[in-house]
Design a protein around this ligand. Structure first.
Ligand code: PEP
Ligand code: MG
Length: 886
């Protein structure tokens, strides 16, 4: 008979940590904790296979499930000396989801299940605390009605506020047992009135309702969004964990909390967390009461006057600290823990690898490797290369003036500036318009994930370091300030008020997620640098990787940034990008619009000295490192004059009538400029352009070599080659100029001529092309465009739809399409190398900075990847991980 249910408890479990796929992360780790002999309330896990079966069979369960669940529930009862549904020996349970990958806040939880009008009395008698029992019952009704019956949470909060107000209470803690009993009655009435049937009293019906709700929530919109954002396959499914209840709300000797074995924001080796006395789990994350610190050190640092757990419940704290240490060394990773203390007795409810900021991830990886807990290779593989982006964000200049509006918690580091928006929808709309925004909310919920993604930063007025906003922002690498309690948000008025100052929607603020400050206006920022643990990891990565990492850069500023991030040369200098500034674009337009060769040569003679200076500077900054300069590849439409004023300007400079110039502009109009007169085609039509550029490159190389004393070996790259003859034609021009320059200067100069491979024809004929090329650089932007036949400038409008409908998993312009574009890269690499031994191979499309594409490049055996300067550290790490995997 198939096994659908796995039990755990009393120091034994049917599963273990290795059963994550079957039991989900939470279930597998609960089993593992039991196996380690830790205090875990007994329970059982309904497997992810049941979820798969549920969706494959019209939302129905396997036949044997009910029997297996009942047997497991009986076993739980035996372990704790109770029986589910029996008021004499009351057993209450929690029902929680637990997918394979943790999906915080995505799925739903029901606590105190099994309570009804009769058992609540039994609970009161047993606990000798009627208030506690009634409070637990109202919580259960509230949670169950929301999660299982689909009623709005606010509906119950409203009743609660009304009851509080009518009694003149400020806090929930002022409610008496009788008050709660009245609230329970009102809740039940409301359910009856909304649904036309009473709140379910039968514990069995409650249990199956909750199990069904967990499985259904796998397909709720926020879970679907989360999976899409994190590439979690729908087929994985979720498990359901049913566990005997322990109560953190059984009076002043009970508590509940969450903790990390190291600080998730900084990585510091210290127990870090929060707890609430006399509370249930949801209270800590909901941010309604401000939680207390776990340790005395943390309490002192936070300047809190509320006692720490260490002080308040020293025995339970000591037991917990010991367990935390044990779990960290067992899992060999920083753990995120949940616990409850019921009348002084500690219970562990969860352990999992903790989410952390990238800064913390680096520190933890480096320290764990140094502690000998993990190897250096493991340390490298523990860091998500894409997440390094977080550290490459600006921080507020320490010398900047700060117009402080409020201070909250430093929930996720980095600083961000943007216009205030109050809803996730506004954030998305603004981001789509290219406007940078800060999402300001009282608190965030899973429905806000898309808005948080779109915003530069997140600011909340409620919630602690483990609130939804804080956890999710840290995961996303977005700056976040949470719990800025002196701020008042009025959604209806569209305002945020602090200490008498009012800020409206659209006004600019800056948040500093590293200090928790909220500042008015824009504030000067500092650019990031690699140091400390970051540079240690980079050093380890450099010792591990095989591929070189270069940068795509053309300005001196970009080249310097690239070097400071560890680039080992320039893999692509797009020369057309060097002509965008006002003075230059005029000369460039003259060149493009010239009617005659003479006119063109005149414009080119203006461009020559500019180019020479540009190249010399690049060679000097990159002293001793390779620099690949690509000949002009302008989609012409990007350079043509558009406005009347622009036309007039160019006409005046060329000494021609504006009308003639307009005609010439029109004659240059192309229906499809991306597939038009660009790349090497321009050099074929106008060899004088390539001549000018080659001359500027050689002269600059000689000047730079003289200045730095180091030889410069320029790599000249011909774009958009489809046929060997095109390359050979342009190469002829370059070689001719080289001879001229050498004759003039009497100096010898080495150089390479190579080509971009960015058309399918070039890839398929790479053997013939390699005869004339000393290197290939895969231009996978154009290669993706031309392989798919999808315009790279127009793809966004429909590719998103393709992703949503599951037609493509990844945007092929972001992550290389291994089956199509990748196949062409493989063919070209093989044919090229067969024709020319030692042919140098690189990639310079956007994919050169994308970790999964970099992994593909390692497989194919490319010599280097080239990416934008800010992605260089990401590429260094991704290349190291790819080498480890190989
Ligand atoms: C490419 O096509 O991949 C490339 C690097 O060139 P560009 O993006 O300039 O067309
Ligand atoms: Mg290209």
């Amino acid at each position: 008979m198939a096994k659908w249910v796995y039990s755990f408890g009393d120091g034994r479990a049917e599963g273990s940590a290795s059963d994550k796929n079957l039991l989900g992360g939470k279930g597998a780790n609960l089993a593992e904790m039991c196996n380690l002999g830790l205090p875990v309330p007994p329970g059982f896990t309904i497997t992810t296979d049941v979820c798969t079966h549920y969706y494959a069979n019209g939302r129905s369960y396997p036949l044997e499930l009910e029997e297996q669940v009942n047997a497991a529930l009986d076993e739980v009862g035996r372990k704790v000396g109770r029986r589910f549904g029996d008021p004499e020996r009351l057993l209450l349970v929690s029902v929680r989801s637990g997918a394979r990958a943790s999906m915080p806040g995505m799925m739903d939880t029901v606590l105190n299940l099994g309570l009804n009008d009769e058992t609540v009395e039994a609970l009161a008698a047993e606990a000798k605390d009627a208030r506690f029992a009634q409070d637990s019952y109202r919580r259960f009704i509230q949670m169950y009605s929301n999660v299982v019956l689909g009623l709005d949470h606010e509906m119950f909060e409203e009743i609660l506020s009304d009851e509080k107000a009518s009694r003149g209470y400020d806090y929930d803690t002022e409610f008496t047992a009788e008050d709660w009993q009245e609230v329970v009655a009102l809740y039940k009435q409301r359910v009856d009135c909304e649904l036309g049937e009473p709140f379910p009293q039968d514990p069995q019906a409650q249990l199956w309702g909750a199990i069904g709700a967990v499985f259904s929530s796998w397909m709720n919109p926020r879970a679907i969004t989360y999976r899409r954002l994190h590439d979690i396959p729908e087929s994985w499914g979720t498990a359901v964990n049913v566990q005997a209840m322990v109560f953190g709300n059984m009076g002043e000797t009970s508590a509940t909390g969450v903790a990390f074995t190291r600080n998730p924001a900084t990585g510091e080796k210290e127990l870090f967390g929060e707890f609430l006395v006399n509370a249930q789990g949801e209270d800590v994350v909901a941010g309604i009461r401000t939680p207390q610190n776990l340790t005395e050190t943390a309490r002192r640092q936070a300047g809190s006057d509320k006692p720490s757990l260490e002080k308040l419940m020293p025995e339970a704290f000591a037991a917990f600290a010991q367990i935390a240490e044990k779990l960290e060394s067992h899992y060999r990773d920083m753990q995120d823990l949940e616990f409850t203390i019921e009348r002084g007795k500690l219970w562990m409810l969860q352990t999992r690898s903790g989410k952390r900021t990238t800064k913390a991830a680096l520190k933890i990886a480096v320290e764990m490797a140094n502690e000998g807990l993990i190897s250096r290779e493991e340390a490298l593989c523990r860091i998500d290369p894409a997440a390094l982006d977080q550290l490459l964000h600006p921080t507020i200049d320490p010398n900047a003036e700060r117009d402080l509006v409020a201070t909250g918690l430093p929930a996720s580091p980095g600083a961000a500036t943007g216009e205030i928006v109050f809803t996730s929808e506004e954030a998305e709309e603004a981001a789509a318009r290219g406007t940078k925004v800060i999402l300001v909310r009282v608190e965030t919920s899973p429905e806000d994930i898309h808005g948080m993604h779109a915003a530069e930063g997140i600011l909340t007025t409620r919630g602690g370091m483990t609130s939804h906003a804080a956890v999710v922002a840290r995961g996303m690498g977005k700056p976040c300030v949470s719990g800025a309690g002196t701020l008042r948000v009025d959604y209806r008025a569209g305002t945020m008020t602090a200490l008498g100052r009012t800020f409206s929607r659209g006004e600019v603020i800056t948040i500093d997620g590293s200090t928790g400050q909220v500042l008015a206006g824009t504030v000067p920022m500092l650019q990031p640098a690699l140091s400390g643990d970051f540079s240690t990891i980079m050093e380890w990565a450099d010792n591990t990787r095989r591929m070189k990492v270069r940068a795509n850069a053309e300005t001196p500023a970009d080249a310097r940034t690239a070097r400071s991030f560890g680039a080992e040369g320039i893999g692509l200098c797009r020369t057309e990008h060097m002509f965008f500034d006002d003075e230059r674009i005029l000369a460039m337009r003259e060149m493009i619009l010239a009617d005659t060769q003479e006119q063109r040569r005149m414009a080119l003679s203006k461009l020559l000295p500019m180019q020479r200076t540009d190249f010399r500077e690049l060679f000097e900054i990159m002293a001793g490192l390779p620099v690949t300069i690509r000949l002009l590849d302008p989609p012409l439409h990007e350079f043509l004059p558009r406005t009347e004023q622009e036309v007039a300007e160019v006409a005046a400079s060329m000494g021609v009538e504006p009308e003639r110039l307009r005609q010439r502009t029109e004659s240059l109009h192309e229906f499809n400029p991306m597939l038009g007169h660009r790349g090497c085609r321009l050099a074929v039509s106008y060899p004088e352009i390539a001549e000018m550029q080659a001359r500027a490159i050689f002269e600059a190389a000689l000047e730079a070599a003289k200045k730095t004393g180091a030889p410069v070996v320029p790599e000249i790259m011909v774009p958009l080659v489809g046929m060997a003859a095109e390359l050979n034609f342009v190469k002829g021009i370059i070689d001719g100029v080289a001879k001229e320059v050498l004759a003039e200067s009497n100096a010898s100069i080495d150089y390479l001529v190579g080509t971009m491979i960015e058309l399918p024809r070039a890839a398929l004929n790479a053997g013939a092309i390699a005869e004339g090329a000393e290197f290939f650089s895969f231009g996978t932007n154009d290669l993706t465009q031309t392989t798919f036949g999808i315009s790279r400038d127009d793809a966004a409008s429909f590719l998103d739809e393709y992703r949503r409908k599951g037609i493509v998993d990844q945007d092929p312009f972001v992550s290389i399409d291994v089956d199509g574009v990748g196949a062409l890269v493989r063919i070209a690499a093989e044919k090229g190398r067969a024709a020319r031994e030692g042919l140098k191979l690189g990639i310079c499309g956007e994919h050169g900075g994308d970790p999964s594409s970099i992994s593909f490049c390692e497989e194919v055996g490319l010599d280097y990847v080239s990416c934008s300067p800010f992605r260089v550290p990401i590429a260094r790490l991704a290349a190291a991980q790819a080498a480890c995997r190989k």
